[in-house]
Design a protein around this ligand. Structure first.
Ligand SMILES: Cc1cc2nc3c(=O)[nH]c(=O)nc-3n(C[C@H](O)[C@H](O)[C@H](O)COP(=O)(O)OP(=O)(O)OC[C@H]3O[C@@H](n4cnc5c(N)ncnc54)[C@H](O)[C@@H]3O)c2cc1C
Length: 375
């Protein structure tokens, strides 16, 4: 397909799904990317960057480098309609952004900006990591809330680089890492316990004296669901993400399920909207919300968008995406030297050498830099 077709695709959200799709489509059509940040971050690096801010230097990639052929609108989608998106741009203006095809890739919302910032420049993000690592250094008692992959990785980083601190990991369920096998979760728990991390299962954080969105809030006291009081110098929220889809509510509410996820057909088009796609964490696809699955979704959506733009018979035979339902594949690091993997066919891998090479020493930053062609 030639770029002279004059067709335009608008992608809302330039995280892992949006950037990979934009790079692919920009080869032969005009692509506009709307995102409130001016960079893409390799999210796997975030737990390491908290304790080693220099690690973020390679994990943060400006859109100008990753997407030289794409027009970036620095703004936030606030209302999606059937034919255009209303965007609040960084200078405060409200504009309507319209394409021949629209794609929603706005990912997950977390408790605060620590794991994913929204509306930052690359320099602001680097500054946040530098400031936060000083806060970590000064804290003696750290309470981490959430025993999913992010909470476990943060506990792994903190216990490795600050062995003298008192670290408590609070998990409301009966085990860590609910998205993978019990054996992998038990290994992670035993490594953390061997480093002195106290893991409290079956207790939910009920109240805390510091607000979740104030990541630099000072010491406080947390109360758990069984009434236990925990004093902390630093409270790190690592609870699971919620779908970032508030912009659907005014006009496209019917396309959301009860959890606020976007309902998609197997061809990744939003149910009831023939020129609107959704990819990544926001979809109702029955699979763990993880980066593993995004490559397959991007291939499927890119193919289908080209077919729709070509029109005619091509648009009648769209590719379908098969969700990875129940796939326990996961790679969880426990600091820079070890971790645990659950891989298809191989099962649970605990070898420090293997887990280090697979993820712990680089946190997949080189992989994503290669994918974005930034070396
Ligand atoms: C700390 C951390 C570690 C992780 N580690 C792993 C791992 O090791 N392995 C793994 O498989 N997965 C991991 N994940 C999950 C993985 O990062 C996500 O599944 C993946 O990034 C989802 O891709 P996405 O494109 O849907 O969303 P994201 O990559 O989150 O991107 C969403 C983008 O949308 C933008 N956006 C948000 N709202 C709007 C709006 N209203 N308008 C416009 N743009 C908007 C955001 O700024 C962001 O750039 C991790 C996630 C985090 C947070």
């Amino acid at each position: 397909m030639s770029s002279k077709s004059g067709k335009q695709v608008v992608i809302f959200g330039g995280g892992l799904a949006g950037v990979q799709l934009a790079r692919d489509l920009a080869q032969d059509m005009k692509v506009v990317l709307v995102d409130p940040n001016d960079y893409v971050e390799v999210p796997m690096a975030a737990p390491r960057s908290l304790v080693d801010p220099a690690f973020a230097d390679d994990a943060l990639i400006p859109y100008s480098l990753a997407l030289p052929e794409v027009t970036h609108v620095r703004g936030r989608l606030i209302e999606m309609g059937a034919n255009a998106g209303e965007v609040l741009v960084s200078d405060g203006q409200r504009i309507s952004v319209r394409g021949d095809v629209h794609v929603l890739c706005t990912g997950s919302l977390y408790a605060n900006a620590l794991m994913r910032s929204s509306g930052a420049t690359l320099e602001e993000r680097k500054r946040l990591y530098r400031q936060y690592s000083s806060v970590i250094q000064a804290a003696n008692r750290v309470l981490i809330v959430g025993g999913g992959p992010i909470g476990v990785e943060v506990a792994g980083e903190l216990s490795e680089s600050h062995p003298g601190k008192s670290i408590i990991l609070l998990e409301s369920g009966r085990r860590l890492l609910p998205g993978t096998s019990l054996m992998a979760a038990q290994h992670a728990a035993s490594v953390l316990a061997s480093r002195g991390v106290s893991i409290l299962f079956g207790e939910r954080l009920q109240a805390a004296t510091t607000a979740p969105d104030d990541i630099f809030a000072g010491p406080g006291i947390a109360t758990t669901s069984i009434g236990r009081k925990i004093g902390y110098d630093l409270l790190v929220w690592c609870t699971g993400g919620r779908p970032n889809t508030a912009y659907m509510k005014p006009l496209l509410y019917a396309a959301l399920n009860e959890q606020g996820r976007v309902r998609v057909n197997p061809d990744l088009r939003v149910v009831g909207h023939p020129a609107l796609f959704a990819l990544g964490d926001i979809t109702d696809l029955d699979e763990n919300k993880m980066a593993w699955h995004i490559d397959g979704q991007v291939r499927c959506a890119a193919d289908n968008i080209r077919r729709i733009i070509q029109g005619g018979r091509a648009a009648l035979a769209l590719s379908t995406y098969k969700p990875q339902t129940g796939n326990p594949k996961m790679a969880v690091t426990l600091g820079s030297q070890q971790g645990v993997l659950h891989l298809p066919f191989l099962g649970v891998i605990r070898s420090p050498w293997f887990t280090r090479k697979a993820k712990a020493e680089h946190m997949l930053v080189p992989r994503y830099r290669r994918l974005m062609n930034v070396g």
